[in-house]
Design a protein around this ligand. Structure first.
Ligand code: AMP
Length: 419
C-alpha cells in the first residue's frame, strides 16, 4: 500500500458491484412487500439536531451517551448523524402533520445509520436498516401486522432458523411498580453487579435484565417477572396480540427478560434472531413507543415499529441470488467500424437489451473473451468486410452457431429473440 493512499474509515464498508446487486435485490423485495402491506416510504435527512436524539432516544442510552457522531457546525448548531430512525421519522410525522391526513400513518424506510461502536463482524459504524413505523393505533392488531411484516419478509427471502421473541413491558403504572420490586430484588446482589449495572440500578433498573454477563444472568434468573405487574388492559393487549399471531400461524416464544429501557416504550417488545448469525444474532428489534411523539413535541400518539439490520440480513442470504448478465456483446474490428458499433450498442440499449462493446481497442480474440466473461448470450461481430456489405455476424455464444444478418434489421431481430 502506498504511503499516500487514503483508506476508508474503520467500521465503514464499500459496497462494490459484486455485492451491490444483492442490495438492490433485497431493496426491491422490501419495496414490493411494503406495497402489499400499504406502507409509504419516508426518507429523512442524514443529520438532525442533536436534541432530537437526546430527547427521542434518551441521554442515558449507549447510543446517545457514547456512540453518536455529533459536531457543532459553522453556525453554532449542535448536529448529529442519525444513529437510528424512529426519532427522525417521528419528528417528520409531527412536522408534516401526517396524522391529520391519515389517522393510522404507516411508514417505512431503508437508510444508512451511524454509530461509533466497536467494529466486528456484523457490527459497523455506518450500517443500514430497513424499518417500519406505524403511528395512531394503540390496538394490538397493528402490533401483529408489524410483526407479520418482519416474519413474512424474512421467510420470503429465505432466512432460516428464525426465532421470534415476544414480551410486553406493560403500561407506565405497571412499570413503576415493577421497577420498585426489581430494585428490592437486586439490592442484596448490588455488590456483585457490574459498574454499568450499578449505574443503571438507580436510573434504569429494567436494563439490567438485558445484561449479557453470565454472572448477572445467573442473578436475574430468579427476578420477579414484569407480567406479574401487568394491569388488566396490559394483559388483554398482550393476549389479543398473541391470538392474532396464532391466527396467522406465526410462532413465537415469550421472553420475560426482553425489555426496552426507556420510559416512552410501553407494552409490546419483540426481537427476531437467527442462529445462522453467530455472536451478533439479532436481525430485527421492535416495539411500541406510545410516549415518544409527545416527548419530541407532538400530540400524544401511540406508535409501534421495528428496525432490521440490512448487513446482517445479507450475511445470511449471501449466496441466494445471482447477478443478471449482459445480453449482447458487440465485437468491432477496425477504425471505420467504431461509430457503427457505438450506434448499434446505443440502439440495442434503447430497445431495453443490455449490451456492451469494447472500449479498449482490443483484438477480436480479447473481445470474444470479454463477451464470454460477461456471460453474454450473443455476440454481434462487425469487421470492415461486414461494414462494406451492410451486414453483421450474429453468434449464439451458447450453441456456437453463427449467421449473417442485414445491418438494417439487426436491432429488430435482436428484440424478437427470447433471452
Ligand atoms: P437497534 O436499532 O439497535 O434496535 O438495532 C436494530 C437492528 O439493526 C439490529 O437487530 C441489527 O440487525 C442492526 N444493527 C444494530 N447495530 C448495528 C451495527 N452497529 N452494525 C450492523 N447492524 C446493526
Amino acid at each position: 500500500m502506498s504511503k499516500n493512499q487514503i483508506r476508508s474509515i474503520k467500521g465503514t464498508q464499500d459496497i462494490l458491484p459484486d455485492q451491490s446487486y444483492k442490495w438492490q435485490d433485497l431493496e426491491n423485495k422490501i419495496h414490493a412487500t411494503m406495497m402489499l402491506y400499504n406502507y409509504g416510504e419516508i426518507r429523512t435527512p442524514a443529520f438532525e439536531k442533536t436534541e432530537l436524539f437526546d430527547r427521542g432516544v434518551g441521554t442515558e442510552t449507549d447510543i446517545v451517551s457514547k456512540e453518536m457522531y455529533s459536531w457543532i457546525d459553522q453556525g453554532g448548531e449542535n448536529l448529529t448523524l442519525k444513529p437510528e430512525l424512529t426519532a427522525p421519522v417521528s419528528r417528520s410525522y409531527i412536522q408534516h402533520n401526517l396524522g391529520s391526513q391519515q389517522p393510522l400513518t404507516k411508514l417505512y424506510y431503508i437508510d444508512a445509520l451511524f454509530r461509533r461502536e466497536r467494529p466486528q463482524k456484523g457490527r459497523y459504524r455506518q450500517f443500514h436498516q430497513f424499518g417500519v413505523e406505524a403511528f395512531g393505533s394503540e390496538h394490538p392488531e397493528i402490533d401483529s401486522e408489524i410483526i407479520a411484516i418482519a416474519v413474512t419478509l424474512f421467510n420470503q427471502i429465505g432466512i432460516k432458523d428464525l426465532s421470534l421473541k415476544l414480551n410486553s413491558i406493560g403500561s407506565e403504572t405497571c412499570r413503576e411498580d415493577y421497577k420498585k420490586e426489581l430494585k428490592q430484588f437486586l439490592k442484596p446482589h448490588f455488590d456483585k453487579l457490574s459498574k454499568a449495572s450499578q449505574t443503571r440500578f438507580e436510573k434504569n433498573p429494567l436494563r439490567i435484565l438485558d445484561s449479557k454477563s453470565p454472572n448477572e444472568i445467573d442473578i436475574i434468573k430468579n427476578a420477579p417477572q414484569i407480567s406479574e405487574f401487568w394491569t388488566k388492559d396490559d394483559k388483554d393487549h398482550f393476549d389479543e396480540l398473541c391470538s392474532y399471531l396464532d391466527a396467522m400461524n406465526i410462532s413465537y416464544s415469550i421472553d420475560p427478560k426482553l425489555v426496552r429501557g426507556l420510559d416512552y416504550y410501553s407494552r409490546t417488545t419483540f426481537e427476531i434472531i437467527s442462529s445462522s448469525l453467530g455472536a451478533q444474532d439479532a436481525i430485527c428489534g421492535g416495539g411500541r413507543y406510545d410516549g415518544l411523539v409527545e416527548i419530541i413535541g407532538g400530540k400524544p400518539t401511540p406508535g409501534i415499529g421495528f428496525a432490521a439490520g440490512m448487513e446482517r440480513i445479507l450475511m445470511i442470504i449471501n449466496d441466494a441470488n445471482t447477478k443478471e448478465n449482459i445480453k449482447i456483446f458487440i465485437v468491432g474490428l477496425g477504425d471505420s467500424v467504431r461509430p457503427v458499433v457505438a450506434k448499434l450498442t446505443n440502439d440495442l440499449r434503447h430497445n431495453n437489451l443490455s449490451s456492451e462493446c469494447d472500449m479498449l481497442r482490443r483484438s477480436m480474440r480479447a473481445q470474444m473473451r470479454e463477451a464470454n466473461k460477461l456471460g453474454a448470450k450473443y455476440a454481434i461481430i462487425i469487421g470492415e468486410n461486414e461494414l462494406q456489405q451492410n451486414q453483421v455476424q450474429l453468434k449464439d455464444l451458447v450453441s456456437g452457431k453463427q449467421k449473417t444478418i442485414d445491418m438494417s434489421s439487426i436491432v429488430s431481430h435482436m428484440t424478437s429473440l427470447s433471452f
